[in-house]
Design a protein around this ligand. Structure first.
Ligand SMILES: [Ca+2]
Length: 375
């Protein structure tokens, strides 16, 4: 409270006392004089008016006093803030050069850190590769397994006819391991309704949903020594698999792209039932390249891409419809296990060399007679 601000509260109290005693005096003043009585009555009324006026003045004075107190508090806070700021300013002026020096040091440190992180990132971007000895160029996951790489994951492989190599996901645990994954559906995150070029060259990420590509499948299996395993799962925690002792894409083709990446598959075993043998001998069909035996384009009709005949018993590249669906056969289907109106939760197609190959069926081409190029 500002000491210069006069405090009238005691005056007000005294004033009220005086008024009250005046009022009681007037009330007790008895007179017979009618003139005097009128005067007394008038005085009393005037006094009451005055009292009311004094009361409201008192209230107003108190409000003002409170306002002033609050103002004083704010001023005090501002003053201490100001002195703090001026102190800070004088301190920092001395410290600025020190700060600049330490920031420069930190920047240098960060630069070094960034460089080492970049090196680390380059190393990590080729997972498992850093453990692959220089000069070791595995043809597929099976050779990696034989060389002692027993962990599932991404590796680089270098098939004979693709010396540049490419990344694949290796399943080193299922049924003895050594599997090179060529197709995976697992969550519907990747669009599989694509055209010929995408199916020839591959798409997706090998760590997630992907199609390795028909040309790469040809490099891996085109010589007729491979087996195929398909692992599938539904949305009720059920799993099943289908194995084929013989699996080839573009068997013995000189120009597999022109030949249509013909499927050769034989010798089924497993728990899912066979839904692929009927596709053996078929060319691959996409929505923009119809090579099936239907008057329609089976890929466009069933929203996928496959070695369609007229049209399919399996459609693992169909739409990711998540379980039972009303539409017909256009989901991720494996008909011998879940029919034509159930889209699987996951599917994984993987290949490895068949170390004890069953004899090729008579329908297959022999090694010595390469498939002629179609013109
Ligand atoms: Ca057709």
């Amino acid at each position: 409270m500002d000491p210069n601000c006069p405090d009238y509260s005691n005056d007000f109290l005294r004033w009220e006392e005086v008024q009250n005693s005046l009022l009681s005096l007037l009330r007790n003043h008895n007179t017979d004089n009618w003139q005097e009585r009128g005067l007394v009555q008038k005085l009393g009324e005037e006094l009451k008016l005055l009292a009311g006026h004094a009361h409201s003045m008192r209230v107003e004075a108190e409000t003002l006093k409170r306002g002033q107190n609050a103002l004083m508090e704010r001023i005090n806070i501002l003053q201490s803030e100001q002195s703090r700021i001026s102190q800070l300013l004088s301190e920092s002026q001395g410290g600025v050069s020190k700060v600049v020096r330490s920031v420069a040091d930190s920047l240098h440190g960060l630069q070094r850190e960034t460089e080492s992180l970049r090196t680390m990132k380059t190393e990590l971007q080729k997972p498992n590769d850093f453990r692959q000895t220089k000069g070791f160029r595995p043809q597929d996951c099976s050779e990696l397994l034989d060389a002692g790489f027993t962990e599932d994951g991404v590796y680089s492989i270098f098939p004979t006819h693709e010396p540049r190599g490419f990344s694949v996901y290796c399943d080193m645990t299922t049924d003895g391991g050594g599997w090179t994954v060529i197709q995976r559906r697992s969550d519907g995150s990747v669009n599989f309704f694509r055209g010929w070029t995408a199916y020839r060259d591959g798409f997706g990420q090998v760590t997630g949903e992907h199609w390795l590509g028909l040309q790469r499948m040809f490099y891996l299996t085109g010589f007729g020594h491979s087996e195929l395993r398909i692992d599938i799962a539904d949305f009720e925690n059920g799993t099943a698999y289908a194995s084929y002792g013989l699996f080839a894409v573009g068997l013995d083709s000189v120009n597999p792209d022109e030949d249509g990446y013909v499927l050769t598959v034989d010798h089924y075993s497993g728990t899912a039932g066979d839904s692929l043998l009927k596709h053996s001998g078929m060319q691959f069909t996409t929505k923009d390249r119809d090579q099936d035996q239907s008057e329609n384009n089976c890929a466009a009709y069933y929203q996928g891409a496959w070695w369609y005949r007229n049209c399919h018993t399996s459609n693992l590249n169909g739409q990711y419809l998540r379980g039972g669906h009303a539409s017909y056969a256009d989901g991720v289907e494996w008909s011998s296990w879940t029919g034509w109106q159930y889209s699987l939760r996951s599917s994984e197609m993987k290949v490895r060399p068949n170390k004890s190959p069953a004899p090729r069926s008579s329908a297959s081409h022999s090694d010595s007679e390469p498939r002629p190029v179609l013109n």
